[in-house]
Design a protein around this ligand. Structure first.
Ligand SMILES: [Zn+2]
Ligand SMILES: [Zn+2]
Length: 310
């Protein structure tokens, strides 16, 4: 069996460094699956084993491995026999997510993506059409991450497909906010070890805001959550539920409160604790530096939620 990995591409460094993909385990599992299929269907064995090399299932059809959070992508594994499409054959699809990808350092309950509906099955069997292709829709989760989809025909080589789910609209990656003398970076947790990623504009504006704020008041402010490294939903989990964001809206892998905005690199939370009682002065400076460019600055009880225009 040959694996057609032509569509695969280099992983972002985070993935290869921290979570290498276990292809050998896959190969063992898939070989076992193929053997079981052979044993369970004598007719098929005769049909396919003679010219196994001619049965091919190329890489799943894909034009772009980079998809937006919550995007829907139609994929198709296509089976040919001596160059001719084979209809009526089953392909078993499964979708996976790579632990730790997308700058989420927690994994419990992580959605791997689904087939045919936003919260549907994570495995599905599809029969090939007369053109030899088994069509299915894949729904990306709203959290960013690396995803593998495997299509396994009843016999023959399995096909792999990988998606990178991230929120960069123009593929310009977010920039990690550098440390600075006019502010401190706060809010890192075990769930999200790195929480200060933003657009170039947002980061530059924040530096200007805190420089001016320090010059005017002497206070060194704090910057809490911006976005995760690949964007997408910045979830908090029920431990961070509050009166304004009850636990049903603040779960892992989703956040339908204001913190759900922190997915495009344009938002930043500024704790009151670092403002030395100079909230009005801070709001004035932030507003003059695009902090309300994407909507009014929100007072969330213990921090301001800034919204940069880009
Ligand atoms: Zn998370
Ligand atoms: Zn916020």
């Amino acid at each position: 069996m040959a694996l057609n990995l032509a569509r695969r591409r280099a992983w972002p460094q985070q993935r290869s460094r921290r979570y290498p993909c276990d292809r050998k385990r896959w190969a063992r599992m898939l070989a076992r699956f193929a053997n079981e299929s052979l044993l369970s269907s004598k007719a098929r064995t005769l049909k396919f084993v003679v010219s196994l090399a001619l049965l091919t299932m190329p890489a799943l059809a894909i034009n772009d491995p980079y998809v937006a959070p919550s995007a829907v992508v139609q994929i198709a594994a296509c089976i040919t026999w001596s160059g001719q499409p084979v209809g009526g054959e089953q392909v078993y699809y499964t979708t996976y997510v790579t632990a730790g990808s997308g700058y989420h350092d927690h994994n419990a309950g992580r959605p791997p993506g689904s087939f045919n509906t936003p919260s549907g099955q994570t495995s599905i069997t599809v029969v090939t059409s007369s053109d030899g292709c088994a069509y299915v829709y894949w729904y990306a989760p709203q959290a960013a991450g690396s995803h593998d989809i495997v299509g396994i025909p009843a016999i023959g080589a399995p096909a792999y497909l990988s998606f990178i789910v991230w929120a960069f609209t123009d593929r310009a990656p977010f920039v990690e906010m550098p440390s600075g003398s006019d502010y401190s970076l706060t809010g890192q947790t075990g769930d999200h070890l790195s929480n200060h990623w933003g657009t170039g504009n947002a980061n530059a504006r924040l530096q200007t805001i805190f420089s001016q704020f320090r010059a005017q008041t002497g206070a060194i402010g704090q910057i809490n959550d911006q976005s995760l490294g690949w964007g997408g939903t910045f979830d908090l989990g029920p431990a961070y539920a509050s009166a304004s964001c009850p636990s049903y809206a603040s779960q892992y892998w989703t956040n339908t409160c204001n913190h759900g905005e922190h997915r495009y690199g344009r938002n930043a939370d500024i704790p009151f604790a670092g403002l030395g009682g100079q909230g009005p002065a801070f709001l004035d400076i932030a507003t003059r530096n695009d902090g309300a460019g994407g909507g009014p600055i929100l007072d969330e009880g213990n921090h301001y939620h800034l919204r940069f225009g880009s």
